[in-house]
Ligand binder design. Structure first.
Ligand code: ATP
Length: 619
């Protein structure tokens, strides 16, 4: 448990030391106050009879100062802990973020075990704060004041009463510890019903706001949330009711022992065996010992567990990496100042199976993406096209065969080299990033660096370069329509912000990729770049892509044959391998399996039918 104190000291040394000091002083005051109170009450009859002497006044003043100081320290301790706690909260969030976003390996985000651990940490990282607070504040304070009061009671009253009360306090503390631990395990255990309840809650709270209204799912989701939560908490209530009988007995016993000790002190006083000072000292000490809770041990245990999860997910050295993270490397830095030859990528008999999956997605796949050439990839849903991109990015390594870049096997790259390889890519993926930042930043982040060395700049910097880029990317009209141009935040919840349509976002994503290529990225990957584009934008995209692709190695994946058709080499992915390749004309005339021809004809015939319908209607 001292790890909690070490963690707290590492993050906030001053706050931690102050907190410990304040705990020790508060504990000393908790013992001192009953002693002073005893002296004050014991001296009262004499002070009334003969007038208050210096000693009596000194005791009363000391008592008042002690009480005020104790009160003030509890306020100061609270403030210190708010500051330390917020540092811990930030540390946990940043470390979870680091674990999920700095590793070039995609398995970290796809792995259900990691996802479960992250979710558990997200909901329970506050326990680290709570446990640390107990460790360097409440626990030393309550343990020291308990022990101090027991010693004072032994000296001023009877040692056996003090020991009996200490034993009762320890017994009840252990009982509370067990109760809290057992209840929390059920309460925040991340059980299946809890996951379902959370999911229903998120959907109902806006994750799918439009569908929820249109399909009238609100009642269903709310009912589901209610039922699953009830189901999730059933074991919790079972544990609670089972424990409450025992707990009642333990706490009742503690109250009885405290009352008996106080009663015994009163009886001794009535028999003349205990003077007024001793009685007035013993009674508050008895109440302090009877009332001191050492439940913080359970919280420390919980905090220690949550800290262990955090360290496992994201070791402290990685957290330091976040805090002192080097400047992100833009593609230009990785690629060197001179533009080198774009990469040649070879998939050599590649097989791939996702971890925990029971089938291969790719199997015996051979494919070459020649330096500075454009390749298109087509295939039905689930054929493995996006998976191939993940392998190309070294987000996953093949389970069989190898992928080489200019002859270097991606599997031999170390972490930094994999990151550097990823920086050479300019991707437009199906779930591309949409940042609640100004339009300019959303494009400029393609450099790998925030725009002009910072984001959310005010006043907005010179946009000449961006305007030129917009013209090439075909988004000048889009930017022109935004109320504050490039400075318009792309989030309607921000002041002056707006939201974009799916297609508009996609065009911003394409401009970002273009920006990355300008900065030195030399592998362009477009995964369904036209899914949300209108016909005009799509045609602009294709022209722009072919122009751009002349300087880089590129791969475009699309279900739209109008996008694929002009690309010089088209590959058909089926059953985990490339079953056909060639230009559009070659594939249409080939004697091979004719998969491309079949798919193309099927899609084209729909357009022909539609065109005929339009023609008939207009006649
Ligand atoms: N992280 C994952 N773990 C396990 N299986 C996965 C994972 N991601 C994808 N798959 C499976 O791999 C197969 C191929 O998926 P992939 O996304 O590569 O297909 P695709 O060809 O890009 O499909 P689409 O045209 O629909 O985008 C699918 O059956 C999918 O269920």
């Amino acid at each position: 448990m001292f790890r909690l104190a070490r963690y707290s000291f590492r993050l906030a040394p001053v706050g931690t030391v102050l907190s410990l000091l304040s705990a020790v002083v508060t504990a000393a005051l908790t013992v001192a106050i009953p002693l002073l109170l005893g002296q004050a009450i014991g001296g009262l009859p004499r002070a009334v009879a003969d007038g208050p002497g210096t000693r009596f006044v000194g005791v009363v003043v000391a008592l008042l100062v002690a009480m005020l100081l104790s009160n003030a320290l509890s306020q100061v301790g609270q403030a210190i802990w708010e500051a330390v706690g917020s540092t811990m909260e930030k540390d946990a969030a940043v470390r979870i973020g680091a674990a999920l976003s700095t590793d070039p390996d995609l398995q970290t985000i796809d792995d259900p075990d990691v996802a479960a651990r992250v979710e558990k940490l997200r909901t329970r990282s506050w326990e680290i704060q709570m446990g640390s607070r107990m460790m360097v504040s409440f626990a030393p304070q309550s343990i020291l004041s308990l022990l101090g009061s027991v010693v004072a009671l032994a000296i001023n009253f009877h040692w056996w009463v003090a020991l009996l009360m200490l034993a009762t306090a320890i017994g009840s503390a252990e009982r509370i510890r067990r109760t809290i631990v057992a209840q929390f395990d059920v309460w925040v255990g991340g059980t299946e019903p809890q996951k379902h309840a959370d999911y229903a809650f998120k959907q109902a709270m806006g994750a799918s706001a439009k569908e929820v209204r249109i399909f009238g799912l609100s009642r269903f989701l709310r009912q589901r949330y209610w039922d699953r939560t009830t189901e999730a908490f059933a074991p919790y209530w079972k544990v609670r009711s089972r424990q409450s009988v025992t707990n009642l007995g333990v706490f009742g016993g503690r109250v009885a022992v405290t009352a008996a000790a106080a009663g015994y002190a009163g009886w001794e006083a009535s028999q003349g065996r205990l003077g007024l000072t001793a009685l007035a000292t013993a009674l508050p000490l008895i109440l302090t010992v009877g009332d001191t809770d050492v439940w913080s041990i359970a919280q420390m245990q919980r905090g220690h567990l949550a800290l262990t999860w955090l360290e496992e997910l994201s070791p402290p050295d990685r957290a330091r990496l976040v805090v002192r993270e080097p400047e992100p490397s833009p593609a230009a830095v990785v690629a060197g100042t001179e533009r080198r030859r774009p990469p040649t990528i070879v998939f050599d008999d590649v097989g791939f199976r996702y971890p925990h999956a029971d089938r291969e997605i790719l199997s015996g796949l051979d494919l070459e993406l020649g330096a500075g050439t454009a390749t298109a990839l087509v295939g039905v849903n689930g054929a493995g096209k996006s998976t191939l991109v993940k392998l190309l990015a070294a987000g996953y390594l093949p389970t069989r065969g190898r992928i080489t870049v200019d002859g270097v096997d991606l599997a031999t790259l170390d972490r930094d080299e994999r990151i550097a390889w990823q920086r050479r890519m300019a991707p437009v993926t199906q779930d591309f990033i949409r940042l609640p930042l100004p339009a300019g930043d959303n494009v400029e982040l393609g450099t790998g660096l925030p725009w002009a060395g910072g984001i959310d700049l005010d006043p907005w910097p010179d946009t000449t370069d961006l305007d030129r880029l917009a013209a090439r990317a075909g988004i000048s009209d889009l930017v022109g329509r935004l109320s504050a141009g490039w400075a318009t935040p792309l989030d309607k919840t921000l002041p002056g912000g707006t939201d974009l349509s799916g297609g508009e976002w996609q065009r911003i994503g394409l401009a970002r990729a273009l920006r990355a290529v300008d900065q030195g990225a030399d592998l362009l990957v477009l995964d369904e770049p036209a899914a949300a584009l209108d016909v005009e934008s799509e045609s602009r995209l294709v022209d722009g892509y072919l122009e751009l692709a002349r300087h880089v190695t590129s791969l475009v994946i699309s279900h739209r044959f109008s996008v694929v058709r002009p690309v010089p080499r088209i590959c058909v992915l089926e059953h985990g391998r490339i079953v056909e390749q060639g230009s559009h004309e070659e594939l249409m005339q080939s004697d091979g399996p004719g998969r491309y021809r079949t798919m193309f004809t099927l899609q084209a015939s729909r357009y022909v039918e539609a065109a005929q319908d339009v023609a008939e209607v207009s006649r």
